[in-house]
Design a protein around this ligand. Structure first.
Ligand SMILES: Nc1ncnc2c1ncn2[C@@H]1O[C@H](COP(=O)(O)OP(=O)(O)OP(=O)(O)O)[C@@H](O)[C@H]1O
Ligand SMILES: [Mg+2]
Length: 307
C-alpha cells in the first residue's frame, strides 16, 4: 500500500489495540494509575468506562503487561457468558484442572480452594474483564459472589471491569445496587484534546518509522479533531484513509481536504455537508490500483531474477 511511499515499516493507524503503539496520554495514564493503586488496596471491584474507541482494550492489554508479579491474573475478553460459563472460564484461567463432569457446587469449591492457595502463596488474584457491558444480569450476581470470598484481612479476588457507557447504565439499576456498592475505584476515559491528538498522530507515525512532523498541517489536525471528537479509533480510520488519498495523488503532505474526504467516507462520522463519497471511493481505488501495480511489477522483477 503506502508503506513504501512514506518509508514506513508498518501501518501506523491499524485498528488493532497494539501496545507497541501505546502513548501515555493524560487520561490513559491516570486510568493506569487508578488501576494499579486500586489493586494494591485489595478491594472488590474496579471499573474503567469510556466511549466506543477510546482505548479501553488497549489499556486492558497494557495492564496485563504491566501488572506486578504479586498478582495472578485471569483475563476474560468476551464476557457474554452465563453464570456457569463464567465460573468455568475463571477456573480455566486460574489453571484449575479436572473441570469435566463436575457440578456447579464442586466447581465453586475448586475455585475457592485455588483462590486460598494463591492467597497462601502471598498472591492476589485479579479477574480482568473487557466489554463488561455485555455481561448478562445474572452473571453480575455470580461475579459479586466471587468477591464475597475473603480472608480476615483481604478479598481473595478483585475484579476489574472495562466497559462502554452502557455499563454505567446497567450498574445504576436497582437490580445491581449490591454490586455497585462494591465498586471502590472507577475512572472514565476522555477523548483526546487537540494538542493530544497532534502528539498521538505524530507518535503513531514515528513508531511506524516516519519522523517528519510536517506531514499533517495545522488545518488538517483541527479537522481531524472536529470530525473524530478526539476518539482515537476514528482518528486512526481517517488518518489511514488520508494517507491513502495522499499516496494516490503522489503527494507527501496531508491537508484539510484529505481529512474532509476521509471523514465523508466514514459511516460512523457525521456527514460533512457535501456528497463526495464517489470521488473518495475513486481516489481510494486509484491508490489501491497503484499499490497492486507495484506488487505486480515487483513480482515480475522477482521472476526475472529467478530466471
Ligand atoms: N493511548 C493510546 N495510544 C495509542 N493508541 C491508542 C491509545 N488509545 C487508543 N488507541 C488506539 O485507538 C484504537 C481504539 O482502541 P481500543 O480498541 O482499545 O478502543 P475500545 O475503547 O476498546 O473500543 P470499544 O469500545 O469498541 O471496545 C486502537 O487502535 C488503539 O490502539
Ligand atoms: Mg474494546
Amino acid at each position: 500500500m503506502y508503506l513504501y511511499h512514506f518509508g514506513l515499516r508498518e501501518l501506523p493507524f491499524s485498528l488493532t489495540p497494539n501496545t507497541s503503539f501505546y502513548l501515555p496520554l493524560q487520561s490513559h495514564s491516570e486510568a493506569m494509575q487508578v488501576l494499579l493503586t486500586a489493586l494494591k488496596t485489595g478491594e472488590g471491584f474496579i471499573k474503567v468506562t469510556g466511549e466506543v474507541g477510546t482505548g479501553k482494550t488497549l489499556l486492558c492489554r497494557k495492564l496485563l503487561n504491566e501488572i506486578p508479579d504479586a498478582f495472578e491474573v485471569a483475563y476474560i475478553p468476551n464476557p457474554a457468558l452465563s453464570p456457569e460459563e463464567m465460573r468455568y472460564a475463571l477456573a480455566s484461567e486460574l489453571g484449575i484442572k479436572g473441570l469435566t463432569r463436575i457440578n456447579q457446587q464442586q466447581l465453586s469449591q475448586k475455585i475457592q480452594l485455588k483462590l486460598l492457595e494463591f492467597n497462601q502463596q502471598g498472591k492476589g488474584v485479579v479477574l480482568i474483564i473487557d466489554e463488561a457491558q455485555t455481561i448478562p444480569w445474572e452473571t453480575f450476581e455470580a461475579l459479586r459472589l466471587f468477591t464475597n470470598l475473603e480472608t480476615e484481612s483481604r478479598k481473595l479476588i478483585q475484579v476489574v471491569l472495562f466497559g462502554q457507557p452502557e455499563l454505567d447504565k446497567m450498574l445504576s439499576s436497582h437490580r445491581l445496587r449490591q454490586l455497585r456498592q462494591r465498586i471502590t475505584f472507577s475512572y472514565q476515559l476522555r477523548g483526546l484534546s487537540k494538542e493530544e491528538l497532534k502528539e498521538y498522530v505524530l507518535h503513531r507515525m514515528s513508531v511506524a518509522g516516519y519522523n517528519d512532523p510536517g506531514l499533517f498541517d495545522n488545518a488538517s489536525l483541527s479537522a481531524l479533531h472536529k470530525y473524530s471528537k478526539g476518539i482515537p479509533r476514528l482518528v486512526n480510520v481517517m488518518c489511514h484513509k488520508a494517507l491513502m488519498l495522499v499516496y494516490g495523488e503522489g503527494q507527501t503532505a496531508i491537508h484539510k481536504k484529505h481529512i474532509a474526504l476521509a471523514a465523508n467516507d466514514t459511516d460512523s462520522i457525521e456527514a460533512v455537508g457535501i456528497n463526495i463519497k464517489a470521488i473518495v471511493a475513486a481516489l481510494l481505488l486509484m491508490a489501491l490500483t497503484i499499490a497492486l501495480t507495484l506488487v505486480v511489477v515487483d513480482m515480475s522483477t522477482v521472476k526475472e531474477w529467478i530466471q
